[in-house]
Design a protein around this ligand. Structure first.
Ligand code: GLC
Length: 586
């Protein structure tokens, strides 16, 4: 079966129908922080962060679902202190909290516990200390915009209009009935997961607001008790030893105080894009709340956050960056396989971020089609797709910024195909002509550890099918092949660890005489690196710029064989098809 064509479906990253480039006021307020005076020199700047989707990584008890024990047992793959492991610096865990799974953990029923299917708090403690023993930091996903509708706070809130939790969510009366007798909603806001953002509650006889599913009611961040409770969540996990947080859709925490309707817009397919989202996110009050959270996180020392911006504007993303706090922008995630498109994207980011703000680079995550699939959409062979995956790896791991990778990308894992009718992903089950949705199950297949029925992921029945290519593409097999995607990731990550200019240096994109070659230099003090990435399936003759040190370039990593004597680069060079070279000044 041919995988669904993501371009025609809703891409999760295209959240802003208007492609806004305006800096929201809240971000402007944060921009006033004296960024350059407080130079951010924490571990996260040069870090490679590995995202684990806990359901799909490793099953320690044979029930078909991944769990904490499984993750702990596989930490050697991530970093055993030697170049035969990946060598990453940190693990980001997608939510592990108790959840009824309407959005697979992104609907939290208890912020302070671990879902029994993933283990216990004791398993979590064991996981954190095993990670720390290997020098791995632990980053938790914090979903603070909304809870599950089964969270005790919401159950209490819906049960009474004047109890202690009455004002913990966003409740409103209906402003009356329409001519057809239908209850009118408080305003025109939409849910990102289809339909209106308001659901009627029969117990309270009021509407409540939800940016996502009706089973994910939005918290009322304007209520000081809510804010205090959420800060307590942050503090508790810091006390339990975590090193940072990924903040889910943080710029949606606050909505317009008067709940004004959004102005209408001409958009693409889908009602979300038919309005400008000016009142349902990016409110000025957010700045103060973020500063409070940052102060709390920073008070522990050595901790960071990375915020998921619910908007695709790189300008807005840059404006939210502050010391110790990274922001995901979506530019690289939405750029197709083309050197000139990546050159333009990188230039746009560099302009938006400037030299002081530190980007977060990411090509794949649990909401998107995997990049090895996206980049091979033009129907290239498996071998060519893998060659592109290696070029992409070289880019991800050498661009200025923290690098975030998604489990399985180190193998070149592709999406699996799951029809919407079979989907677990809730919005995919609600998909329709006017609500096109790319089924996210497809990028959440079990990790391919080795060949065989459960792919080494489980001894039971996996919750999603293992990848159809699991017997060819798995950790065991690729570990033994020096040319595999995995071996290339390992070489590059270890090179990055040992080479400060790759982790910390400034960056300049350069022209080398062939449009299909993306080239850039990194510079730190008097050391430099040169990265040459041939996006084309033909060879490319390029001009090699002189190293600033005058010492000349020597190849430190390449996708292709070079004999040792030729490891030194002359003024011109022929790159092989889909060749990536990382050279250092000798
Ligand atoms: C974030 C998560 C996504 C989730 C949504 C709602 O965008 O990445 O998986 O569905 O928030 O919590």
């Amino acid at each position: 079966m041919v995988p669904p064509e993501p371009r025609r479906e809703r891409s999760y990253a295209h959240m802003s129908p208007t492609g806004t480039t305006k800096i929201p006021d809240v971000a402007r307020a944060l921009q006033n922080e004296p960024l350059s005076q407080r130079r951010d020199d924490g571990w996260w700047r040069h870090a490679v962060v590995y995202q684990v989707y806990p359901r799909s990584f490793a099953d320690g008890n044979g029930d078909g679902l991944g769990d904490l024990r499984g993750i702990t047992e596989h930490l050697d793959h991530l970093n055993d202190g030697t170049p035969s492991s990946l060598g990453v610096d940190a693990i980001w865990l997608s939510p592990i909290y108790p959840s009824p799974d309407f959005d697979f953990g992104y609907d939290v029923a208890d912020y302070l516990d671990v879902d029994p299917r993933f283990g216990t708090l004791a398993d979590f403690t064991a996981f954190v200390s095993a990670s720390h023993d290997r020098g791995l930091k632990v980053i938790l996903d914090l979903v603070l915009n909304h809870t599950s509708h089964l969270h005790p706070w919401f159950e209490a809130s819906r049960s009474s209009r004047d109890g202690p939790y009455a004002d913990w969510y966003i409740w409103r009366d209906s402003p009356g009935r329409s001519l057809t007798g239908r209850r009118r909603r408080p305003n025109n806001w939409r849910s990102w997961f289809r339909g209106p953002a308001w659901t009627w509650d029969e117990t309270r006889k009021q509407f409540y607001m939800h940016t996502f599913l009706p089973e994910q009611p939005d918290l009322n961040w304007r209520n000081p008790d809510v804010r205090a409770a959420l800060m307590n969540v942050v503090r508790t996990w810091l006390e339990r030893g975590v090193d940072g947080f990924r903040l889910d859709v943080f710029n949606v925490y606050f909505k317009d105080a008067m709940l004004r309707s959004n102005p209408l817009a001409i958009g693409r397919r889908g009602a979300w894009s038919w309005q400008r989202h000016v009142h349902d996110r990016d409110q000025p009050e957010l700045a103060d709340a973020l500063l409070e959270m940052r102060a709390l996180v920073d008070s522990y020392g050595g901790k960071m956050t990375v915020g998921e911006l619910f908007d695709n504007s790189v300008v807005a993303a840059a404006a939210h960056v502050a010391p110790h706090h990274l922001i995901f922008d979506w530019l690289l995630l939405t750029t197709p396989w083309s050197a000139s498109r990546f050159r333009a994207a990188i230039a746009a980011r560099e302009v938006a971020f400037g030299p002081d703000r530190w980007p977060a680079n990411v090509l794949s995550n649990h909401d998107q089609s995997r990049h090895a699939t996206r980049f091979a959409k033009d129907g290239v062979s498996v071998a060519e797709g893998d060659a592109r995956a290696k070029v992409a790896a070289a880019m991800l791991l050498t661009l200025r910024g923290a690098a975030f990778m998604y489990y399985g990308e180190e193998l070149g894992m592709r999406d699996i195909v799951v029809a919407n009718s079979q989907a677990f992903d809730p919005p995919a089950r609600r998909a329709s002509f006017l609500f096109p949705w790319w089924n996210r199950d497809q990028s959440r297949a079990p990790m391919s550890w080795r060949g065989g029925p459960g792919g080494g992921f489980t001894t039971g029945r996996p919750w999603l099918p293992v990848s159809p290519d699991v017997s060819d593409r798995n950790v065991a097999r690729q570990s033994a092949e020096p040319d595999s995607v995995l071996s290339f990731y390992r070489r590059l990550i270890w090179l990055r660890r040992e080479t400060p200019v790759l982790g910390e240096g400034g960056q300049e994109v350069i022209e080398v005489g062939d449009d299909d070659v993306l080239a850039y230099a990194r510079r730190l003090g008097d050391s430099s690196a040169l990265v040459l990435l041939n996006f084309a399936s033909r060879s490319a003759r390029v001009q090699v710029p002189p190293a600033a040190s005058g010492r000349g370039w020597r190849i430190a990593a390449s996708t292709h064989e070079h004999d040792a004597a030729a490891g030194a680069l002359g003024p011109t060079l022929t790159l092989g098809p889909l060749e990536a070279i990382v050279a250092l000044d000798a």
